[in-house]
Design a binder for this molecule. Structure first.
Ligand code: ATP
Ligand code: MG
Length: 191
């Protein structure tokens, strides 16, 4: 599961847990982006903070791990590189790339889109406020994509950042350790 995770929240964790159970996956690898090219218009927290928050949030789940492949690769993060690196590291693994419906709807704007489907199965999780358009869904090879309905959580990292900036709570939107990490490092502070 790729993401900016700025910060990681319970929407990400529920999506990962549901897809793990649905497909009986051995492991869900969270892959925080390095420099996300779609978000070049806004300040993204340092990769190390986003990586560590993801580690904190996933530590208690034996099937969840966090990969540094995107954080450690120089330059903007493209999912094609993520999948190539993971496939090289785990040559026998069958890969599933977990996204929300909003991200999956944009997939044909991603670099080397056609090759993405050769490297992984794609799983689109329902997300409140977003619908996956049928034309995009139909353009993805049918045997390489599955839409999964997950319990709806209208949580976004953007809202978590704005709440923190306004001095409002993010308790129960993100794991407790992430609330504490944000406070400790004074992330998303009022500007
Ligand atoms: P931002 O508001 O900064 O874009 P975000 O909440 O969308 O943050 P991302 O890190 O951009 O989080 O998302 C990583 C992946 O998780 C994407 O594929 C996204 O669609 C999915 N996702 C995020 N939040 C949810 C949610 N509440 N329900 C389902 N999927 C989600
Ligand atoms: Mg997003």
């Amino acid at each position: 599961m790729g993401g900016t995770f700025d910060p990681v929240h319970h929407g990400h964790l529920v999506a990962a847990s549901e897809v793990q159970a649905w497909f009986g996956l051995d492991e869900v690898v969270f892959v925080p982006t390095g420099d996300p090219w779609q978000k070049s218009d806004r300040q993204v927290s340092a990769a190390e903070h986003r990586y560590l928050m993801t580690v904190v949030a996933t530590a208690s789940n034996p099937r969840f791990t966090v990969s540094r492949v995107d954080v450690d690769r120089a330059g903007p993060t493209y999912t094609i590189d993520t999948l190539r690196d993971l496939a090289a590291a785990m040559p026998d693994a069958e890969l599933y790339f977990i996204t929300g419906a909003d991200a999956l709807a944009e997939i044909f704007t991603w670099r080397d889109a056609a090759e993405l489907f050769e490297l992984a199965n794609f799983v689109g999780c329902t997300r409140p406020g977003y619908t996956m358009d049928d034309a995009t869904l139909a353009a993805i090879p049918a045997d390489r994509v599955t839409m999964v309905e997950i319990p709806a959580l209208a949580i976004s990292s953007t809202d978590c950042r704005e709440r923190t900036r306004r001095g409002e709570p993010v308790w129960y939107l993100v794991p407790d350790g992430v609330v504490q990490y944000i406070a400790k490092h004074d992330l998303y502070a009022r500007s």
